[in-house]
Structure formats: structure tokens, C-alpha cells
Design a protein around this ligand. Structure first.
Ligand code: MSP
Length: 671
């Protein structure tokens, strides 16, 4: 009987365009879902978008759109990207859908009817970026998670009796499979052990959310709304029989895959909400690490985002999938760079699996007219053939074990060790030399060698399919094996390659990438990021300081809810100074960036500015500019940038530097 398997990604906030950090979580889930389908499990893979809350409301406002318009646009971008990447999600839930809203209200009602929700007054600090209540923080304190300044909230709202679940949660964490990896489990355990305060689960100062049942002046806290997607999407709270049956079949989830920064919501709040509603708990919550780019977490506010499309355009989805799962130790942070991506692609895909496939299949074509040859009788066998068969069988076992333990990079390592072993086997046994001599014995030996190589290739291809689906499907078809999706992975074993199988047309699957691939990707990203003003800070989506509002996310978060205006104190946090450009030069290999040395009175600062297309470096030396002097330093192209030059951004994107009509002293503060 087939087992069911239900896996989820977090639902993605629609305030940011999708980037490879989001793709990472989605790819990991897609790969797991694909493997389970191949193992014969009835699999349901869910993803979607998280569209309510103050953060989205403000982002929409800043973009001059209604929250719904804004959410529609960005949610569509996620869907299109997953489609382009061949992600096999079975559903895509949006929290603004009616089905979700009704069912969230049902969940809220149930928890309230069970006595776990009461009305109270909340006074405290709130981080809009993380949509998180920050216990114990004082006005002006930063959020411990993201560092942005918290906002003071004083509201009457509904509280969830989180404190009632402390013991039950601690008990739950004794199951080592519930939270992975262990480091995260330990963190959560000590957080809960230190005591839980009741949680405010509604907001009354803005309206972009799901109304609290029977009290429409309040909207449900966005994390309660969002977490519920895992059950609303599969039918919780529906009156329809089919939806109820789906919920019964798939809940509890087998895996909630998440990034490490949202562990608390998933491992503390979510199980507590479920317990309060009398529902079963998910079986496992698995946290991966962050993808770092230029040494910090890829994120909208840092502006160091790498778009997935760039990689898809140049190397294809499989290259990205393989790289992320092979290069990054799952659960730990990992660095992304175009150099490393291309290096992995060439060594493991083009020269590794791709080369094995093309040399083996080309030789079968050449020596055996494109039909898998018959391995020869005992006299022509050697221990080397048996060693490959053994290695392949061991690889099938080990790959499965490591994969089930979420050790994807090690699982891939074993599969590629098989590829390397077969490569060596081919070199040692010299089929080309055997093919030269046309006697029976050599011919028999040649048949064995090529059969052995082809069978090992088949096994490596089958194991790798969930990770690199597109290219393995091609290799499979080239081997004459038909549709790889029909393969029953749990029956995979040595010796199943049928003799006489007619090969399909053999073509290279992974063309080698040269240096120009790196340059093309780098250029595509530079062009996108080269938004003139913000080259030193947030670039892609954060509005520039001069054009639409503060670029510094700390300032955005500090804006009061009511009308998105900031107070004079907020403005005072931005240190604007007059600077004198001492040195200006182009940054090698960048069309947009200039490296400036700017005297701000107290010191000379190095600043990288995306103004190279509008200003020749020599015209800037001796010019007075306005600089945001208290921005956190950040690295661009390996160089540190310490501040940001202020400019107006014209409609065509051209920057015009801010300046003064009268003479002003260097270092003077603007206020
Ligand atoms: N909306 C919430 C999740 C609600 S789930 C009930 C959220 N959204 S998010 O868009 O900010 O992040 C979604 C996922 O993308 C998280 O798992 C997060 O870890 C992942 N990533 C976003 N940037 C990332 C990296 N730079 N690296 C790795 N994963 C990253 O949180």
C-alpha cells in the first residue's frame, strides 16, 4: 500500500521579488517531493505566498499600489518562476484567497471556543519587518532578529494563551525527529524553557488582514494567518467532503521545510496553535541555513539579491539545483558565487555525469549499433566489473539513507563517487583499444565493459533525477529507457538494464561553460543592481533616499503605521554630510560602479557608487557631494563601501548628484 507524504515550503512574503534564497527552500522541497513520488508515495507538495500584514501594506503604499494589486503582481512572479523552473508543487496557496480566509477564521474560532484566546491590552515593541512581537524590548530598541528599530504598539487585542503550552512543547522536543537539525532543536528548547508569555494574535491599527470572527475591527495576526496555510490548503475547515477527505489523508504534514530564521514561529507558535485547536502536530520541521552572497544573507533589505532568472538564462535550472544541494551542507549557511557555480557545473555535471553519459552512449552507438550489448560469459569477466556492480548497489543504499537524513550534499557525493569510479573503470579497461581488435574475446570483453558502464550510468542517473530532473530525463531518453518518471525508485537494482535496449539520439546534456558564462551572469546582475543611488546599500527594490523615501530599512521600519510618515527623530538618525571627492575611478569589470574617496571632514571614506554611466570619474574629483555617513559598511565586488552618495533618480534611471549653490564647508551636516 502506498504511503502518503506531505511536504511544505514556507509561504513567501510578497514584499520582495523572488531570488535564489527563496528558490533554495523551494528546490529542496521539490527534490524531496520528486524522490517520494518515485518511491511510490502519494505525495502532496505545497507552496504559496504570504500576503497580509503591515509589512505588505506599507510596501504597497510605497509603490503607490493597493495591497491587493501589489500582492497579485508579486505572487504571480513567484508562480511564473516556479513554473519556469519546473517546480512540481501540487497546489499554490495565497493567503488572500477566500478558501484560506474562511478557514483561518474557523481555526481562530475553534481556538477561542476551546478557551485559549482572550481579550487584553498589548503595550510593547513590534518589528514590522519580521512581523514579530519583541518581548522585553524598550522603545527605540532594535529587533533582535533583523536589527531594525522596533515600533511601540499599544492596542487592545486578542491574546493566545501560549504560556499554557510550555510543558507540552518541551515534551514534544524530546522527540529528536521533530526539529532538525539538533542545533535548532536546542535553541528552541532553551527559548521555551526560559518561559513563554501569552501572544497577541490580532491587530487593530491597520486593516490588511483577515478580520477576527465577530470583531471585524481587528485583523488576525499575520503569523497565525500564514502558518494556517499548511492546513487550509489541504481542506481544514471546509464543508466540502472532498476537501475534508484530503485533509484527513494528508494532515499531519511529514515535513515543514523552513529557513533558520523562522524556527520560533514554526516550532513554538505553530504546534501551540495546533494543540489549542485539538489538531495533530506535523511530524518534522526541518530548518536549512542561509544562502550568503558577498558575506551576508541574501535579502531585499541588504540589496545583495541574486535573481534566479540570471542563472536559468545562462546555465539552466539543473545547474542551480545541483549547486545548491551539493555545495551547501544542508542546515548550515553557504556562500553563493558565480565562480563556484560554474566550477561545480563544469567539474560535476559537464565533465562528470555529462561526460560519462556521452562517452558511454557514443561508444555503444559506434561499436554496437546503438544497442545495449550483452555482457560476456564468465571467462571474459574481471573483478573490476564486479567491483562496479558492488559500488553501484552500495550507492543505492547509501544515497537513500543520507537523503532521508536530509544530508543531501553527502548523498550527492556518493552518487558522484560512483560516476568517478566508472570513469576510472573505463580508462583502466580501454574499451577503445578493445574495439580495435575484432576477435571474439575482445568483442566479448568490450560488451561487458560497455554494459557495466551503461548500467552504472543508469543507476547514477536514476538517483540524481530528483535533484537534476531535466537533464537526467534527457539521459534516460538517450539510453532508450523512456519516461524516467515511471521508474520505481524503490526497485532500483543492479542488472536491470535490458540487453539489446535501443538507444535514443545521443546529444551532450551539459555543454561546458567557459569564463564568459560567469561574466554574462555577473553583467546581468550588475545591470539590474546598478540602480544609481543605492549602489552602496539596498538596490533592487528599496526606494532610493532621494526619490521615494528612506533607503535605510531601519528607517522604514521606524515609520509610524498611520500614514507612513516618519518623525523628526527618525530623520535625525540619518547622518547626511557634505563630502569632497578626492579620488574617483572606475571599478574593474563594472559598467556602473565608481570607487570614490570622499573627505567628510573627520575622515576620508571609500564609497562605491553606481553612477559610472552618468559621470566620468575625472569630472568628480574636487566636487562636493552629499553623503549618508552612518550607513553600515557593505562589500561590493570585494571592496568595502562606507556610505552612500545622494542623487536624484531621473525617470530613465540616470542619477543627478545633489549639490549646493552656495559654498559649504566639507563635513557640514544636513538637517
Ligand atoms: N512569510 C514568511 C513565512 C511564513 S510560513 C508560514 C517568510 N517569508 S520569506 O519570504 O521571508 O522567506 C521564505 C523562505 O525563504 C524562508 O524559509 C527563508 O529562510 C527563505 N529565504 C529567504 N532568503 C534566504 C536566503 N538568503 N537564504 C536561504 N533562504 C532564504 O519568512
Amino acid at each position: 500500500m502506498s504511503r502518503k507524504f506531505y511536504i511544505t515550503t514556507p509561504i513567501y512574503y510578497v514584499n520582495a521579488h523572488p531570488h535564489i534564497g527563496h528558490a533554495y527552500t523551494t528546490i529542496a522541497c521539490d527534490m524531496i517531493a520528486r524522490r517520494h513520488r518515485m518511491l511510490g508515495d502519494e505525495t502532496f507538495f505545497l507552496t504559496g505566498t504570504d500576503e497580509h500584514g503591515q509589512k505588505i501594506e506599507r510596501a504597497a503604499q510605497a509603490a503607490g499600489k493597493t495591497p491587493q494589486q501589489y500582492a497579485d503582481e508579486i505572487s504571480a512572479e513567484f508562480r511564473q518562476l516556479w513554473k519556469r523552473m519546473g517546480i512540481t508543487n501540487d497546489d499554490f496557496i495565497r493567503t488572500t484567497e477566500d478558501r484560506h480566509k474562511k478557514r483561518v477564521q474557523e481555526l481562530f474560532r475553534t481556538i477561542r471556543d476551546n478557551g485559549y484566546i482572550y481579550k487584553g491590552t498589548y503595550t510593547g515593541q513590534y518589528c514590522v519587518s519580521d512581523e514579530l512581537y519583541v518581548d522585553g524590548a524598550q522603545p527605540g530598541d532594535p529587533c533582535p532578529t533583523c536589527g531594525r528599530i522596533t515600533e511601540t504598539v499599544h492596542e487592545e487585542n486578542y491574546f493566545f494563551k501560549l504560556s499554557a503550552f510550555q510543558e507540552k512543547l518541551l515534551d514534544l522536543y524530546t522527540n529528536p525527529d521533530f526539529i532538525r537539525p539538533e542545533t535548532r532543536r536546542n535553541e528552541v528548547n532553551s527559548f521555551v524553557r526560559s518561559g513563554l508569555r501569552d501572544l497577541s494574535v490580532s491587530r487593530s491599527t491597520f486593516t490588511w488582514g483577515i478580520p477576527v470572527p465577530d470583531d471585524p475591527k481587528q485583523v488576525i495576526y499575520v503569523w497565525l494567518d500564514a502558518l494556517a496555510n499548511y492546513i487550509t490548503a489541504i481542506g481544514y475547515g471546509s464543508k466540502h467532503a472532498a476537501a475534508q477527505a484530503a485533509f484527513k489523508k494528508f494532515w499531519p504534514a511529514d515535513v515543514h521545510m523552513i529557513g533558520k530564521e523562522i524556527v520560533r514561529f514554526h516550532c513554538v507558535y505553530w504546534p501551540a496553535f495546533l494543540l489549542a485547536a485539538g489538531l495533530q502536530l506535523p511530524k518534522a520541521i526541518v530548518a536549512h541555513g542561509w544562502l550568503l552572497f558577498e558575506e551576508s544573507k541574501m535579502s531585499k533589505s541588504r540589496g545583495n539579491i541574486v535573481r534566479t532568472e540570471t542563472i536559468l538564462d545562462v546555465l539552466g535550472a539543473d545547474a542551480l539545483r545541483y549547486f545548491l544541494l551539493r555545495e551547501v551542507v544542508f542546515g548550515q549557511d553557504g556562500s553563493f558565487s558565480f565562480d563556484a557555480l560554474v566550477q561545480r557545473y563544469n567539474s560535476d555535471l559537464a565533465n562528470g555525469l555529462g561526460n560519462l553519459a556521452s562517452r558511454t552512449l557514443t561508444m555503444i552507438n559506434y561499436y554496437f549499433k546503438g544497442e545495449v550489448p550483452y555482457p560476456s560469459h564468465a571467462a571474459a569477466r574481471t573483478t573490476a566489473d564486479d567491483a562496479i556492480a558492488e559500488t553501484a548497489s552500495k550507492t543505492i543504499r547509501e544515497f537513500g539513507t543520507l537523503f532521508d537524513q536530509f544530508q543531501f550534499s553527502r548523498a550527492l557525493e556518493t552518487a558522484w563517487a560512483l560516476v568517478a569510479a566508472v570513469d576510472k573503470y573505463i580508462v583502466d579497461n580501454e574499451p577503445w583499444a578493445l574495439g580495435e581488435k575484432n576477435d571474439e574475446q575482445n568483442r566479448a570483453r568490450l560488451a561487458t565493459v560497455l554494459y557495466t558502464a551503461a548500467e552504472a550510468l543508469r543507476i547514477a542517473t536514476a538517483l540524481a533525477h530528483p535533484v537534476i530532473p531535466e537533464s537526467t530525463a534527457k539521459i534516460w531518453a538517450q539510453m532508450g529507457l523512456g519516461d524516467i518518471k515511471k521508474l520505481a525508485l524503490n526497485e532500483l537494482a543492479w542488472g536491470q538494464l535490458r540487453l539489446g535496449t535501443k538507444l535514443g539520439e545521443v546529444q551532450p546534456v551539459f555543454p561546458r561553460a567557459d569564463k564568459s558564462a560567469i561574466e554574462r551572469m555577473q553583467k546581468m546582475e550588475d545591470e539590474r543592481r546598478g540602480a544609481p543611488v543605492a549602489a552602496t546599500q539596498a538596490v533592487a527594490e528599496t526606494p532610493s533616499l532621494s526619490a521615494q523615501g528612506p533607503a535605510n530599512p531601519a528607517i522604514q521600519a521606524a515609520a509610524p503605521a498611520a500614514n507612513n510618515k516618519i518623525s523628526i527623530d527618525d530623520f535625525a538618525k540619518v547622518e547626511l554630510r557634505v563630502g569632497l571627492v578626492k579620488v574617483a575611478e572606475r571599478v574593474p569589470k563594472s559598467d556602473k560602479l565608481l570607487r570614490l574617496e570622499v573627505d567628510i571632514g573627520s575622515e576620508v571614506r571609500q564609497v562605491l557608487a553606481g553612477i559610472a554611466e552618468a559621470y566620468a570619474p575625472e569630472t568628480l574629483v574636487g566636487r562636493k557631494v552629499v553623503i549618508v555617513a552612518n550607513l553600515a559598511p557593505r562589500k561590493l565586488r570585494g571592496m568595502e563601501s562606507n556610505g552612500m552618495i545622494v542623487a536624484a533618480s531621473l525617470e530613465d534611471g540616470k542619477p543627478v548628484l545633489a549639490g549646493f549653490l552656495e559654498d559649504v564647508p566639507v563635513g557640514a551636516r544636513l538637517k
